[in-house]
Ligand binder design. Structure first.
Ligand SMILES: [Zn+2]
Length: 123
C-alpha cells in the first residue's frame, strides 16, 4: 500500500528547489568549485520564502552562508556594503561557533519574529 505524499511534501520540494538552484548557480567563493547537493545544508527558513543555507566546498572546505529568497523564482542575495562591513569586523567562525549554532537550532522553533522582534511584515 504505497501512497505518494502529495501536498504535504511542499516544504521538502521548496527546500529541494532552493538547493538545486544553488548547486546550479553558485560556486565556492574561494576556489570557484561548483557545489554538490550534499554540500548545501538548510540552517533555517522563514515560511517558504527566506532560506538561510550553509554551503561547505567539498574541494577546499570553505563555508559560505547564503540567504535565498523565493519570490516565484529564487534569488540568491549578495550582502549589502553595510552587511559586509558588519561581518568584516567579526572574528572568523570556529568550531565552537558551529557547535553553539547547532545546539541553538536543535531547540529553535523557527519563530524569527519572536527572536528579532516584530519588524517584519504581517501575513
Ligand atoms: Zn572551494
Amino acid at each position: 500500500m504505497l501512497r505518494k505524499a502529495g501536498r504535504a511534501m511542499t516544504k521538502e520540494n521548496t527546500a529541494e528547489r532552493v538547493v538545486r538552484f544553488l548547486v546550479k548557480h553558485a560556486q565556492c567563493s574561494d576556489c570557484d568549485c561548483p557545489y554538490h547537493a550534499e554540500d548545501v545544508h538548510v540552517l533555517a527558513h522563514r515560511q517558504e520564502r527566506v532560506w538561510d543555507l550553509a554551503a561547505v566546498c567539498h574541494n577546499c572546505y570553505t563555508m559560505s552562508l547564503i540567504r535565498a529568497v523565493v519570490r516565484g523564482q529564487i534569488a540568491l542575495r549578495e550582502l549589502t556594503l553595510a552587511e559586509e562591513r558588519h561581518f568584516e569586523k567579526l572574528p572568523p567562525i570556529d568550531v565552537d561557533d558551529v557547535l553553539d549554532l547547532s545546539a541553538f537550532l536543535t531547540d529553535f522553533d523557527g519563530d524569527f519574529r519572536g527572536l528579532f522582534g516584530k519588524e517584519s511584515e504581517e501575513s
